[in-house]
Write a protein that binds this ligand. Structure first.
Ligand SMILES: [Zn+2]
Length: 257
């Protein structure tokens, strides 16, 4: 195994990633990937290239995941996904269940000349199986299974759920005016799940606080693209009844007690 371009060039080789010399070995193949996460597997009688579009920000390849640190983070992982595709589709290795590897036995490995180019239609895939997403359980069998299926190393973040779940804890004491007013004018935490306390959404100080919080997060993580602003849950109770919030209601809307 070599890292970089071997000299002299081997007469037969498997190339992982686009080493510049592969462009002369495959002059008719376009190695300039145009699609996000694009993968390419190309072979002739002597050479095989397994490659894909990789994007990363040097200096920002680590982040805190939900349960574990995420390391080697990229914005796109084309080469890694191309390798998993090759192992599965050309070498007959199947990962039917986490922790299990099913290998279709053969006398020899042979790859016919081919060019297989692909890019996924769905770029946000890791949310399909949140428990197996990067940083949830560092390289558990389930995490690796999701990676081999090419649903883990994707290129678009998704987020959801209660976007303001920590607000009462952070701001309840100092800024009760950020939170929903009950009909008696009081602004209190929802019991027992304090994290569901709703906001006084018409209060410009809430917007300002949110902008300040998010600007800190964006500065700390330049890869942050998706920011969750889902309201806290529980649509049947706890909405703000201050005069400004009520002003936003349609005058003929259904009355909810
Ligand atoms: Zn209000």
């Amino acid at each position: 195994m070599f890292d970089g371009e071997p000299k002299p060039l081997p007469t037969r080789a498997i190339w992982i990633g686009v080493q510049p010399v592969v462009m002369t070995l495959f002059p008719k193949t376009d190695f300039d990937f145009k699609h996000a996460e694009e993968t390419l597997i190309v072979a002739d009688e002597k050479h095989l290239v397994i490659a894909g579009r990789d994007r990363w920000l040097p200096g920002h390849m680590e982040a805190k995941g939900r349960l574990a640190m995420k390391t080697g983070i990229q914005q796109e992982y084309g080469t890694a996904n191309a390798v998993y595709s090759f192992i599965q589709e050309q070498l007959g290795v199947r990962w039917l269940w986490p922790g299990e590897e099913d290998v279709i036995q053969g006398e020899r490995i042979s790859i016919a000349p081919m060019e297989r180019r692909y890019h996924p239609q769905i770029r946000a895939r890791s949310g399909m199986l949140v428990k197996t997403s990067l940083g949830d359980n560092k390289e558990s069998e389930e995490e690796l299974w999701a990676r081999f299926q090419r649903v883990q190393l994707d290129s678009m973040d998704m987020t959801g759920g209660h976007g303001f779940g920590d607000w009462w804890e952070k701001y309840g004491a100092a800024h009760p005016d950020y939170f929903a007013a009950a009909p008696d004018g009081s602004r209190k935490a929802v019991k027992p799940s304090v994290s569901n306390t709703k906001l006084c959404a018409s209060n410009p100080k809430v917007w300002q606080q949110w902008l300040e919080d998010i600007s800190i997060r964006v500065r700390a993580d330049p890869l942050l693209r998706v920011i969750n602003v889902s309201p806290n849950d529980g649509y049947t109770s706890g909405h703000c009844t201050c005069a400004n919030c009520l002003e936003w209601d349609h005058p003929e809307g259904e009355k909810v007690e």
